[in-house]
Design a protein around this ligand. Structure first.
Ligand code: ME8
Length: 639
């Protein structure tokens, strides 16, 4: 029998209650890496992600905003899709729980389990956490707080439908024993076993207080519990129980449900119990990864410590973020997200190790072989050593990705990159060039190119854009199979590494005190901005200010505020209509020097054209015109 060649991988479907943060991007990026890696290995991959749109949480937010929940989620779901595009997420399917086919399947599943006697009606009295959309018993929620997120729970008393979860306690424990790969990592398996052993109660699977949900097919007063609705997405996306169920036939059971550790219970207990009740095969693996934490705390909107992945992509590129998430955090454990760590990784691993290797070698090709590349010299010991290193690195890389250790897989690849840098140092191509040993020199440069070719294959699932760019420099087309990484001397001998802009520019890090000063300046500037809008010096220069000598002044007929003045501006005379009649008599003004704005567009006031504006301080009755402290030539610029 040939092994199954399909690979079905899923992410959680995220709540469109708000925009996604870097924690969501973490799960999806890792799923994308596994999807791409398996595609490269010739698997027929189906990669599913989506949005979980029903439930009390969304209902409340939409109510607060005064919009229909569907209108509210539509906008946010588009932002999900835009983010995945920017992050280069290669999903095959995007399921929305408001899709018609999905809602129909959820109702069918509910009906089947009801007909089977696995769903029954009873009274629910207990606690509910709206942010997590989860039910809790009194004994589970200590001090009225949700055991998962620590927020306050609410008391709920409703006539509801229940799923006979308790009936599946033993079958689940048996299943875990028989399928040691089912729950990973193993620490999560122990958590799930303990949870079941502490007493598995039947699960409330409908709500009467929630209207934004899929109606129970035989009792419209109830909406189906959002988690019952949500997990069914993994089947509805494949067309299960419809006429077009090719995807289901081909891909079910899933190979990997990738989820965060806080929703393990739903994926390793409730969902498998539902599948057992439906007599369907269970997914091969449910992997519960750890949390991205920020200063030791889980990121969440309510704590105000979330990081917007879009801003990080703007600043550092999608590939750098993807690399960091996969390389920095031990997959399965919690990991700290920090900007410093991100910059350190970019500078050390990407700019230094990988970027320099490419840059050094492409420069040497240009310098030593501007035209022809000579016949390569024979492989010697150092090249044989590099061949062994490459083989080992790729074997390790593949094994470690298969065992869900992307951080270690990348370390194996970077060991090879560092070895290649060292190889360049020890073979010293500059000395070979001095000694005019061109065949040997060509062999050395070729060997580095060969390592980079292999690296580009392995790197593609992690950093697809950068891998493609490296391949362009190597004059290669797109990678088509992981097997390409297992070949040695697969690069053509007459090719060279083309020079290009650095793939990973170094991020300049400011010294602490420099940074502090800058922050301080920013803060001061901000306070001033609050007081008044600031303009650029160039804006100030746009205003022409000059000293004018008033030659004549008279009242404007019909107005008790206005005076008509004739002012000398040196090279010209201008008529000015000024609202200063209450503060000055015409006689007082004649002969005075005043400051005027000369480049305002002329305005008609009381039928007279005013061709400049006098500057004055104070209010109407106590106006004081501004004049130079000592006489100056009429028309002198003020500045
Ligand atoms: O739970 N670190 O949706 P959700 C790592 N709709 N991963 C994180 C994270 C963090 N700080 N924050 C979120 C739901 N995640 C349900 C899922 S599935 C049938 C229904 C990731 O929007 C992680 O994968 O709250 C977590 O499980 C998921 O986002 C929760 O997303």
């Amino acid at each position: 029998m040939c092994a199954k060649n399909t690979y079905y991988i899923t992410t959680p479907i995220y709540y469109p209650s708000d925009k996604l943060h870097i924690g969501h991007a973490y799960t999806t990026t890792i799923a994308d890496c596994f999807a791409r890696f398996n595609r490269l290995r010739g698997k027929d991959v189906y990669f599913l992600t989506g949005s979980d749109e029903h439930g009390q949480k969304i209902q409340r937010i939409a109510e607060e905003k005064g919009v229909h929940p569907k209108e509210y989620v539509d906008n946010i779901v588009h932002s999900f899709q835009a983010l995945w595009q920017r992050l280069n997420i290669s999903y095959d399917g995007f399921i929305r729980t408001t899709d018609e086919e999905h809602m129909q399947l959820v109702q069918k599943v509910f009906q089947i389990l009801y007909d089977k006697g696995d769903i029954y009606k009873s009274k629910y009295e207990g606690l509910y956490c709206t942010p997590c959309e989860s039910f809790w018993l009194e004994r589970q929620a200590k001090d009225g707080k949700c055991p998962d997120c620590g927020r306050s729970v609410e008391r709920v008393e409703e006539e509801n439908y229940f799923f006979r979860l308790s009936k599946y306690a033993q079958p689940l424990l048996d299943y875990y024993k028989e399928h040691p790969d089912f729950i990973q990592p193993v620490s999560r398996l122990h958590e799930m076993e303990n949870f079941i052993k502490s007493g598995l109660e039947d699960l409330c699977v409908s709500r009467t207080a929630v209207t934004w949900g899929i109606p129970v097919p035989f009792n419209e007063k109830h909406s189906i519990y959002v988690w019952f609705d949500a997990v069914v997405n993994y089947l509805s996306a494949l067309g299960y129980l419809t006429e077009e169920d090719d995807l289901y036939q081909k891909y079910w059971p899933a190979d990997l449900h990738l989820v965060g550790k806080e929703i393990m219970r739903f994926h390793a207990i409730i969902w498998p119990a539902m599948l057992l009740a439906l007599d369907l095969p269970l997914p091969k693996t449910v992997f519960g990864h750890g949390w991205l934490v920020f200063d030791g705390e889980k990121m969440s909107k309510s704590k105000g410590n979330v990081i917007d992945p879009n801003l990080l992509i703007d600043e550092f590129s999608a590939d750098a973020i993807r690399f960091f998430l996969l390389r920095e955090i031990t997959f399965g454990s919690d990991g700290n997200f920090s900007r410093d760590a991100l910059i350190r990784r970019i500078n050390a691993d990407l700019a230094n190790d990988l970027g320099n290797l490419i840059h050094r070698t492409s420069s040497m090709y240009e310098k030593y072989f501007p035209n022809e590349i000579p016949q390569l010299g024979q492989e010697e010991e150092p090249e044989k050593e590099m061949a062994k290193n490459a083989k080992k690195a790729i074997e390790e890389y593949e094994r470690l990705l298969d065992s869900f250790e992307p951080h270690n897989a990348l370390e194996a690849l970077w060991t090879l990159i560092r070895q290649a840098n060292k190889y360049l140092d020890t073979t010293a191509p500059w000395t070979l060039a001095k000694n005019k040993d061109y065949p040997r020199l060509a062999r050395v440069l070729y060997t580095v190119g060969e390592v980079l070719r292999i690296v580009s294959v392995a790197l593609w699932p992690i950093m697809p854009t950068s891998a493609d760019k490296i391949r362009e420099q190597l004059q290669l087309g797109k990678v088509s199979s992981f097997e390409e990484a297992k070949v040695w001397n697969g690069w053509e001998a007459d090719k060279r590494i083309l020079k290009a802009k650095p793939l990973f520019p170094r991020i300049e890090v400011k010294e602490d005190d420099e940074e502090e000063k800058e922050e301080e300046a920013k803060a001061t500037a901000q306070v001033e901005t609050i007081k008044e809008e600031q303009i650029e010096f160039d804006d100030f220069l746009k205003v022409h200010l000059k000293v004018a000598t008033i030659l004549s002044a008279e009242k404007v007929e019909g107005s008790d505020k206005l005076l008509r003045l004739i002012a000398d501006l040196g090279t010209e005379k201008r008529q000015i209509v000024a609202g200063i009649a209450k503060a000055y008599t015409p006689e007082e003004l004649v002969g005075k020097q005043v400051a005027v704005v000369t480049n305002l567009k002329p305005r008609k006031i009381f039928g007279l054209e005013s061709q400049a504006m006098i500057l004055a301080a104070g209010d109407k009755n106590e106006l004081a015109v501004l004049n130079p402290e000592k006489p100056v030539k009429a028309g002198t610029e003020i500045g």
